[in-house]
Every structure is written in C-alpha cells, then in structure tokens.
Design a protein around this ligand. Structure first.
Ligand SMILES: [Zn+2]
Length: 583
C-alpha cells in the first residue's frame, strides 16, 4: 500500500520505529533504501560524490542566541569552536573566521519558521511556513509540527518521519537550489537532501512529547535526556558519511540546546554551560572526522541559530496559553466569536468555529472568519473568504487592545501585550497587505508608528513584519497578530508568552530573541576574505535569509586548497575509517 507513490516511499519507508520501517522495506523492495543506523536515503537517486571540495559544514544550533554562544566561545571552555575561529581581531573578524556581529532572525523568532527561512532563503510570507504551528484557512486545517497550543503529536511525528515541513514549503530548499550532494542530521527541513539521519525516531517523538505534555516533571536534572539526543545524532551522521562519502553540504542540527533551555530554571547561564559541556565536544568530534578525511582545510564551517531565549516566569499567570478558556480565547468570545478548540483536528461537531489561534511564544496569530457566513452555532464558516475588516477584524483588534489597556473585557489580559497588529484582509490568491499597528482607533503603518514611538528594543520591526505578513502566504500569520510584553529590558514579572508554562521562551522582536550567530570559518584561511564574502551578500543588516546565498557562494568559491591526503571519493571513504585515512 505504501508503494503507490514511489517518490514518497523513501521517506514513508523510514517510518517511526525500526520494526515498522523493516516492514515497509519489505513491501518496497524495488526501492533502494538505507535504514542502517538511523540513516534515510531521501532522494531516489543520490547525487554523485564530488571528488573534491569545497565542502560546507553547517552547524545549526537551536535556540543559541548570539550572546550565549559568544559567551561560551569566549569562556575558554569551548575549545573546538574557539579554535575554529582563531584569534579575535575585533568587530566580528577572527584570524580564520567572520562572525557577523549584528545578524537577526526572521519573525517570529521561533523554531520551525526560522529554520524554514534559513534553509530556503525565503521569508514566511513567501515560503508558507510561518511558525511552530499555523492555520491554513483555505484548507480549514491546523498544522503543528512543534505543538504549542495543542498537545497532539501527529504532526511532530510527520515532521520527523514524513517530511511534513518540506512538503509544506512553497519554495525550493538550499539542497534543491545548490544541486550538490547534501545530508541533513536531525533538522526538520531536509527536502531535496540526499540523506537524512536521525536518532531512533520513536525516541525523538517521545522526547518532544515529554517536552510538550510533561513540562512539570522537568528540572535541571533532566539535561541528560536532551544531551543524549544531541550526542546520539553524531554517530548516525558520521556513519552515514563513512558509508556514502562526505557530502558537499552537511547540516548538523542540535535540537537539545533549545529544549533544555526552555526547561532550565536558570536558562541563560545553563544554556552557556550546555554549549560548553555538550555542544562543543560534539563539534570537536565532527571537525575531527573532517580532519581525518583530510578535507578540513577545504571545508567552510558555518554556524547559525534560529533564535535566542528570554527567561520568563513559569506560571499560568504569565503563560497566556495555559488556560485555554481564559486569556486570548476569552477575549475572542467577549468580541462575539466562537473560538476553535485547542486541538489538532476538531471533531465533526466542532467545526463551527469563527476564530482560531496559533501560538509562537511571544507572538500569537488570530485567524478570523467572515461571521456573516456562519452566524449560528453549528454552522461552518466559509474560511476560503477573508474576514470583513469592520465587522470582524476591528472588533477583535479593539477587544485585545482594551483588554490589555484597561482590563476590559478580559481582566487577565491587562498589561500583557506590547502591540496589537492588524490589516485590511485580502482574498486568497492575492498578496496580503503587510501588518500595521492598531493604536486603539485606527491602523498605523509600522514605520510611521515607530517615528512617533521610538522602539530600539524591537529590532528591524518594520522589515521583519513585512517578511512575515506581505506576500502570497501572508495570511498564514493570521488576521490579527499579538506581540506579548517581553525582552530583557522588562522585569521578568512583566514578561508574557503564548504557550503552557516554561522557564524560557522566544518569538519576539527583542534583541535577546532575535540576535543570532552567523559565523563562517575555514581552517588556515584569512578571516578578512570571509568577511568580504559575507558582507557582500548579507549587506549592512544580515539576517537568516542570507544563509542560502552565502552557502551557494561558498560552494563556487575559489578552488579549495590541495587535499593533504588522497582525494576523498565514495570508494576511498568507504574503504577506510577516518582514523585509518589520516595515517
Ligand atoms: Zn528553536
């Protein structure tokens, strides 16, 4: 049954557990498939192994904000990363690296949206993946690859084993654009790569399930399970490399950093310690493998993160999504809307909702129906139509604005929000208008609002909100957008977030959430040249959207240095262990 569509088989065969996967393999015998040690061949015909470089090795650190990563590197306790950069020459320039000092994430500064933007080079309004979860009004369907407002793990499982995020992306990935042999370890964006390696996927879903559903049991003592996850992923990718040859692009993604930081009672110092004690030794292991293959000096090493982290109070007062009948859902009800149940798939008799939510930490999307199509309970709204501005959007914007300002109609929302965004809706198929700021009376363009209200704590707000909201898929970020009060410049008791309670969250436009590392390094190579290359592509305001053009440019850069040992090809890699080759 699984073999009806050959293209999907390769991934479908890599199903949740090994036993299922073996069964699937038996029914798909015509397809070449590798299931050994957690390696999945994603492409039907892998691209050939190039006889030489350049190679690009991308370290993708989930949740490692700029300041935390640099603190780890500068502490002397992360020798692999510090050694890779070489002497610090100031301004982000290192002897053998360039670390952009001012790179930012897209908005929301949240995992799935950010990695989708990083690995496509396109912002959410163009690539169609705007968050950890989102609602597609034309399909009346909710997607939650990393659930925040719902608890069902079906989409999380599909993200890991069935390419859910890749299937939802509307633009080509880095691996498709670059057209060279590529491998991805662990990251949810792997469409178009030749190989995808993961730890046992049952274990991985279990870890996410615990993270989403079992938050209360976590304490600092739980570091070992996330550490284990990151550590176990490395032998999988190294085994794959040994068996299949070194790919021109290798993504090494560590999700444990982020999961751990959300749950750590003292998030930022504990994240730095994790980067030093867990991440750095894993980086060392992978660099050692490249060194043993004799290709380290032909390899550009790139380091990037999706977002940082802001400590918050772990209680239901500050977790605005903790009680699904209070907070934002209560505001919607007070405005006269029937809210969608907080589940992945509402039942047949629960389809009469007029408003839906998707939570991204410091940001919430509110999707609204044209209520004239479904005035009475039991009626399904015509979600393919946009909401009406005056009759649907404005009442909701107003209800949030005043609940926040004076606690009416919902007292629990008082002083929880920073800004309420809205816009005049457009029909599907037409590029959406960009979000504007609702000032209590009318919509004000973001740039104009910022002229009157200086907000240096919301970095590049206008540009990044346009990336999120204006374009063919801009309506996936809702009809009203809420930005909670957040940021290190606010006392911790004044920071709020849309989710269940955690010790740390992100998603906002604050520097702490948005300022990310973007580093390019190469052994024995002048950092100044790397700086020129990165600056030439990323410009004065580098962002996550620069990663794809940077990597593509590195791949066609000047001829790599001569290898120190015999050229690596699939046969030589397969015929020798890294240790043997370095002899
Ligand atoms: Zn993340």
């Amino acid at each position: 049954m699984l073999c009806h569509k050959p293209v999907s088989i390769l991934i479908r065969c890599a199903l949740v557990s090994m036993s299922v996967a073996v069964l699937a393999l038996a029914s798909c015998s015509s397809v070449k498939l590798f299931l050994n040690r957690g390696e999945k061949q994603v492409k039907r015909e892998p691209r050939p192994v190039e006889p030489s470089g350049p190679y690009v090795l991308i370290f993708a650190f989930d949740g490692a904000g700029y300041d935390q990563l640099m603190a780890a590197i500068n502490s002397g306790k992360a020798p692999a990363m510090a050694g890779m950069l070489g002497k610090d020459e100031g301004g982000g320039l290192y002897e053998h690296a360039y670390s952009a000092p001012n790179a930012v994430s897209i908005l929301p500064s949240t995992t799935v949206a950010a990695w989708s933007a990083i690995f496509t080079g396109a912002p959410p309004s163009q690539n169609g993946v705007p968050g950890n979860e989102w609602f597609v009004r034309e399909e009346m369907k909710f997607y939650a690859p990393v659930p925040v407002s719902v608890e069902e793990m079906d989409d999380n499982r599909a993200m890991i084993t069935d390419n859910l995020v890749g299937r939802k992306l509307k633009v080509p990935t880095l691996f498709q654009q670059a057209g060279v042999r590529s491998a991805v370890s662990m990251n949810m964006v792997y469409r178009g790569a030749d190989y995808f390696t993961i730890i046992d996927s049952t274990d991985m879903v279990k870890l996410f399930t615990e993270f989403v559903a079992g938050k209360d049991i976590h304490s600092s003592g739980k570091r070992d399970i996330y550490q284990q996850m990151d550590e176990d992923s490395v032998p999988k990718l190294l085994d794959s490399m040994k068996a299949q040859g070194v790919p021109n692009i290798q993504v090494v993604y560590f999700p444990g950093i982020d999961l751990y930081t959300h749950l750590a009672p003292d998030p930022l110092p504990m994240e730095i310690a994790y980067l030093e004690n867990v991440t750095d030794p894993l980086v060392a292991k992978i660099l050692d493998a490249y060194r043993d293959y004799g290709i380290l000096d032909q390899t550009y090493v790139v380091v990037i993160a999706d977002h940082g982290h802001t400590p918050v109070l772990k209680d239901p007062r500050h977790a605005l999504g903790a009680d699904t009948s209070a907070g934002p859902a209560a505001v919607i009800e007070a405005a006269g809307f029937r809210p969608r149940k907080f589940v992945l798939d509402p039942g047949k008799d629960e389809q009469d909702y007029q408003a839906a939510f998707a939570y991204q930490g410091a940001i919430a999307y509110v999707y609204l129906a044209d209520r004239s199509t479904c005035p009475n309970p039991g009626m399904t709204c015509a979600w393919k139509r946009p909401p009406r501005y005056k009759e649907d959007v404005l009442p909701v914007a107003r209800a949030f604005y005043y609940s926040n300002k004076n606690g009416r109609p919902v007292p629990a929302m008082k002083d929880t929000l920073d800004l309420v965004f809205a816009r005049v809706p457009t029909p599907p198929g037409i590029n959406t208008n960009e979000y504007e700021i609702f000032d209590g009376h009318r919509l004000v363009p973001i740039w104009l609002y910022l002229l009157a209200h200086r907000r240096p704590d919301l970095i590049q707000l206008n540009r990044r909100m346009r990336w999120l909201s204006a374009g063919p898929y801009g309506n996936r970020a809702g009809d009203v957008l809420l930005l909670s009060r957040s940021g290190l410049n606010q006392p911790i008791q004044d920071r709020y977030y849309f989710s269940a309670p955690y010790h740390s969250w992100h998603g906002s436009a604050s520097p702490q959430d948005s300022h990310i590392p973007l580093i390019v390094a190469r052994k024995d190579y002048p950092g100044a040249k790397l700086k020129r290359l990165v600056d030439g592509i990323a410009g004065d305001e580098p962002s996550q959207l620069a990663l794809v053009p940077i990597v593509r440019s590195l791949l066609v850069s000047e001829p790599p240095a001569a290898p120190t040992v015999a050229p690596v090809n699939s046969r030589s890699v397969q015929s020798a262990t890294p240790a043997a080759k370095s002899q």
